[in-house]
Design a protein around this ligand. Structure first.
Ligand SMILES: Nc1nc2c(c(=O)[nH]1)N[C@H]1C(S)=C(S)[C@@H](COP(=O)(O)OP(=O)(O)OC[C@H]3O[C@@H](n4cnc5c(=O)[nH]c(N)nc54)[C@H](O)[C@@H]3O)O[C@H]1N2
Ligand SMILES: Nc1nc2c(c(=O)[nH]1)N[C@H]1C(S)=C(S)[C@@H](COP(=O)(O)OP(=O)(O)OC[C@H]3O[C@@H](n4cnc5c(=O)[nH]c(N)nc54)[C@H](O)[C@@H]3O)O[C@H]1N2
Ligand code: SF4
Ligand SMILES: [Mo]
Length: 886
């Protein structure tokens, strides 16, 4: 694309689906801003979205196909993939091969992968990381509505009087939508309730936080249904004309009742009462939920228990009302639309229904149709490990880290005779690839994605793929052609695939199925290029810019009798054992995306948290002898990880929390996937990633260290390390179980050595504390700080020294002290990633009279862009006020 030409595209991170305007600059960089015309964000972007321009560097990109680690040509690689899949199928049948895809693929990529597996290979062994993400919502929707329908829209969050966020850390995970909610609260006084065992930043922004016991949500909402019944709030007309199954559901709810909910949630009675009263009294209520609901062995029941309350009160499909599943990935919804899960077909058709199978087979004109659902993610990798699946193709996901019991997944991949991986960089998964295929990445790909509110947006390319990278749809079609299916996969463009997908959705539909974009079946290439974001359904002949759509206000469910279904949700408990008495909860932080393949490339985003951590309640930390800021070992029956202890009362007793993000690429033993339990929800097959039995113990070390380096070292000679990109180089946290004999040698290994380098060092008498800085010319090449305790060095300040073009004289000595001088204030840990504003700077502004988030924003710009740090700024202001008061 010519520099200076803006391209309207979509953010590749979360399911909010913000519109982005990307403008390549003459110097090769790309300017990123929010698309003011996009109805998901109206110009806003969060910290991750605004840093997209910094993730486009090519230094770590895969540029050529590889076979067994050697560079290969595309023809050779594609021939091999096709031959090995065809041979395996011929010898062992279609179910001996599998695809594992991703909610980050575009709809067009996803459509052809699904078509190849289900209609041409003739098995349904295609599953995706959406199994780890949305499967319980899908199952809950299908159970209640007869279809995987999200009834509402983002506007409902703005038009509600009460928004209940269940198991959602929306401030960090759906930041722009959360900002829309906060803006609505300013206007109309919306009440926000957060249901989360942890006091998250979202909980702190809420009017009411219910710190429920883990996995007690079913009881909470069963108790609510009973309460609504007692208050006479059943909409008898709606329930009578449009639903079925209420008696059984009510029966179960009554058995739970208020006492059952109280016992299970362990909440104070008055808090529970307050929540039930709020919900009862607010007709306009949206219950939005995310992974605290889905990622559970009772995830489908959690979704059902929420939907039951909305059906009972007919608070569904009307403005400001309804259950709302917040989807995680940018195209989780698109993947569901094309039937990318092993238990679905295409276009929301049902794989278990022979008529549907026949219809799709005729439409595709395929030789061999899958006759039954395929293996779901966790089972799929088990089948790989046990040898039933002998060839697997992984696309756009990193299961070696993100699946539960991830070491077992790595073992399975090691044993698998043939592993193909399509990715854009090297990951813990690509290590196991026999064939590695370089995919085109976000900036280079063209297609569509669907966000949480059923809005389809164009992703448009604005850069050329580097090296020999190719878009995923093209790679899949090239393999399909070599497997003998050239005609059915002879697509010339993503638009052509999209048209076919749209036509299938409209086929014999007549309003019988929710998903219908028949209006796009004949879209020209030019119209596809210019396509504005629109919400489905858009049936044949309908205008794409028709108004907002909601479902089910007047019934019209997609079950055989068109009635919505209540389903009983009996209360059960997931227990921990004496050996592993703590509940290990895992999830996300503000500035990282999943396994960090992109967000770890930007220093700004690494500055919020530069290493992984474990949130522990002070009592649990004390019981285990774990001191704040030391290293803690988390042990589960699956595996062990070592991370930093973050002792905090925000965590409830009995539970610990570790972010999901860090992998072997950034840390020594911090992959939390190695420790999680692979138990799944029996209905959805989604693993309960928020609940594994664990214990903690101190990781005893002889020394701690911190280093800043211009170059990333090949190996890091320490038992514990965590490396992060910094402006001008790298920063590393270090620790070792044994004393280091020669610190100078150690430092030379890490930083480098040479005659033209100048080194300055300091150590105390017994060599327990050591500091060293190496200069190349006037500039810093690296510095190491080590001590028997966690080292007290101003990280932000030390990292900034890497950027200084010249450090001389007293400056050099000061560097060894690890502290800035009085003339150089230490910004402190970065709070606002958008403008790189540190905690000390904010504290100073507060000291000078800035007493509100707005005032801090006016003084420092902190919190004025994406706003997702505003709660943290508030925290700092409150802490300062508290300090003054005592
Ligand atoms: N910054 C950032 N944003 C993201 C992503 C990212 O990687 N980084 N990923 C995207 C994706 S794919 C997804 S799926 C979403 C996920 O978005 P969220 O679901 O909001 O994020 P999580 O941190 O996984 O989990 C949310 C909360 O569930 C709570 N929880 C745990 N157990 C329970 C329970 O039993 N009951 C209740 N009520 N709550 C519980 C956890 O304490 C946690 O705070 O985020 C999307 N957005
Ligand atoms: N413990 C724990 N585990 C979890 C979760 C949790 O909360 N706790 N959450 C689960 C959830 S909700 C999710 S969604 C998953 C996410 O887990 P993953 O999907 O495994 O994580 P990502 O890092 O997003 O992996 C995406 C991969 O695709 C590559 N990629 C990017 N763009 C393209 C492209 O255009 N084409 C191709 N072929 N590749 C591309 C990236 O480099 C990266 O390697 O993790 C799950 N695992
Ligand atoms: S909220 Fe942030 S991560 Fe999500 S789509 Fe918008 S800019 Fe991207
Ligand atoms: Mo997700």
């Amino acid at each position: 694309m010519a520099s200076g030409t803006p391209t309207r595209t979509t953010c590749p991170y979360c399911g909010v689906g913000c519109g982005v305007v990307a403008t390549p600059q003459e110097d090769g960089s790309v300017a990123i801003k929010g698309d003011e015309r996009h109805p998901a964000n109206y110009g806003r972007l969060c910290s991750k979205g605004s840093a997209l321009g910094e993730t486009l560097s090519l230094d770590d990109r895969l540029l050529h196909p590889e076979i067994d680690g050697r560079r290969a040509g595309w023809n050779e690689a594609l021939d091999l993939v096709a031959a090995r899949f065809s041979e395996t199928i011929a010898e062992h049948g279609p179910e001996s091969v599998a695809f594992y895809g991703s909610g980050q693929l575009l709809t067009e990529d996803y459509y052809v992968a699904n078509k190849l597996m289900k209609g041409f290979i003739g098995a349904a062994n295609i599953d995706t990381n959406s199994r780890l993400c949305m499967a319980s919502s899908v199952a809950g929707h299908i159970r209640a509505f007869g279809s995987d329908t999200v009834p509402g829209t983002y506007e409902d969050l703005e038009e509600a009087d009460l928004v209940v966020l269940v198991g959602s850390n929306m401030t960090w995970c759906h930041p722009v939508l959360f900002q829309r909610l906060l803006a609505a609260r300013e206007r109309r006084g919306t009440k926000i309730v957060v249901i989360d065992p942890r006091r998250t930043v979202t909980a702190e922004a809420a009017d009411l936080h219910l710190a429920v016991a883990p996995n007690s949500d079913v009881a909470l909402f069963a108790g609510l249904l009973d309460h609504l019944d007692r208050m006479g709030l059943c909409d008898g007309d709606y329930v009578g004309s449009h639903t079925s199954g209420l008696d059984e559901a009510l029966q179960a709810a009554r058995e739970c009742g208020f006492p059952g909910a109280l016992t299970a949630t362990r909440l104070p009675a008055e808090q529970l009462r307050e929540f039930y009263t709020l919900w009862s009294c607010s007709e306009r209520v949206v219950t939005a939920y995310s992974q605290g609901v889905n990622q559970s062995v009772v995830g489908t029941d959690k979704v059902t228990a929420i939907i039951n309350c909305h059906l009972f009160t007919s608070r569904i499909g009307r403005p400001g009302m309804g259950p709302f599943s917040l989807t995680g990935q940018p195209n989780a919804m698109g993947g569901r639309e094309v039937g990318g899960l092993a238990n679905m077909l295409a276009a929301h058709l049902d794989i278990a229904n022979p008529n549907h199978r026949g219809m799709v087979q005729a439409f595709w004109n395929g030789p061999r149709m899958a006759g039954r659902p395929g293996l779901k993610a966790v089972d799929l990798f088990r089948a790989v490990g046990q040898g039933q699946v002998k060839a697997v193709w992984i696309m756009g996901t990193n299961p070696a880290d993100s699946l539960p019991d991830a070491d077992a997944v790595q073992d399975a991949l090691r044993r698998c005779p043939f592993v193909v991986v399509s990715d854009v960089v090297r990951t813990d998964t690509t290590r196991h690839a026999h064939v590695l295929l370089p995919a085109a990445a976000w900036a280079e790909k063209s297609g569509t994605v669907t966000n949480s509110e059923r809005r389809i947006s164009r992703q448009r390319s604005f850069l050329k793929p580097p090296g020999e990278a190719r878009p995923d749809w093209r790679i899949i079609c090239d393999v399909a052609a070599r497997m003998g299916f050239a005609e059915a996969f002879d697509y010339q463009s993503p638009a052509e695939i999209f048209r076919e997908h749209a036509a299938l959705s409209g086929l014999a539909n007549d309003g019988r199925r929710d998903f219908d974009i028949g209006a796009c079946a004949e879209l020209s290439e030019a119209a596809y290029d210019a396509l504005e974001p629109f919400q489905w359904p858009r049936r044949q002949g309908e205008a794409l810019d028709a108004g907002t759509t909601r479902f089910f206000a007047g019934g019209g469910f997609y079950t055989p009798n068109r009635r919505g279904r209540f389903v009983a949700t009996p209360v059960s408990q997931q227990a921990v054992s004496l050996d592993f008495p703590l509940i290990l909860n895992t999830g996300r932080i503000r500035d990282q995306w999943h396994t960090m393949t992109r967000t770890a490339k930007t220093p700004r985003l690494m500055s919020h948290y530069a290493e992984s951590f474990c949130e522990i309640h002070p009592d649990d930390a004390e019981d285990a002898g774990v001191a704040p800021a030391t290293l803690v070992r988390i042990v589960t029956p699956q595996g062990t990880v070592i991370v930093r202890a973050l002792v905090t009362e925000r965590q409830q007793k009995g539970s610990i929390f570790v972010p999901m993000h860090w992998t072997d690429q950034q840390t020594a033993q911090g992959r939390i996937g190695a420790a999680t339990l692979a138990a799944v929800d029996p209905v959805s097959g989604q693993p309960g990633l928020k609940f594994s039995g664990a214990r903690i113990e101190p990781f005893d070390v002889a020394w701690y260290g911190f280093a800043v380096l211009r170059n990333r070292p090949e190996t890091i000679p320490a038992d514990y390390w965590a490396i992060a990109q910094a402006e001008g180089g790298w920063r590393i946290e270090l620790a070792g179980a044994e004393p280091v004999e020669d610190w100078a040698d150690f430092a030379a290994d890490l930083i480098g050595s040479g005659e033209n380098l100048e080194t300055l060092s300091y150590s105390d008498q017994d060599q327990a504390s050591f500091r060293l800085a190496t200069f190349s010319g006037d500039a810093l090449l690296g510095a190491l700080f080590a001590a028997p305790q966690p080292v007290a060095v101003s990280r932000t300040w030390a990292v900034e020294r890497l950027k200084a073009s010249s450090i001389a004289g007293a400056e050099r000595l000061r560097l060894l002290s690890g502290r800035p001088g009085l003339d150089q204030p230490d910004p402190g840990p970065i709070v606002c990633a958008c403008f790189s504003v540190g905690a000390n700077q904010i504290a100073a502004a507060v000291e000078h009279g800035a007493s509100s988030v707005e005032a801090v924003g006016a003084a420092l710009r902190a919190g004025t862009n994406c706003g997702s740090c505003r709660v943290e700024i508030r925290r700092l202001i409150d802490a300062a006020a508290l300090k003054k008061a005592v």
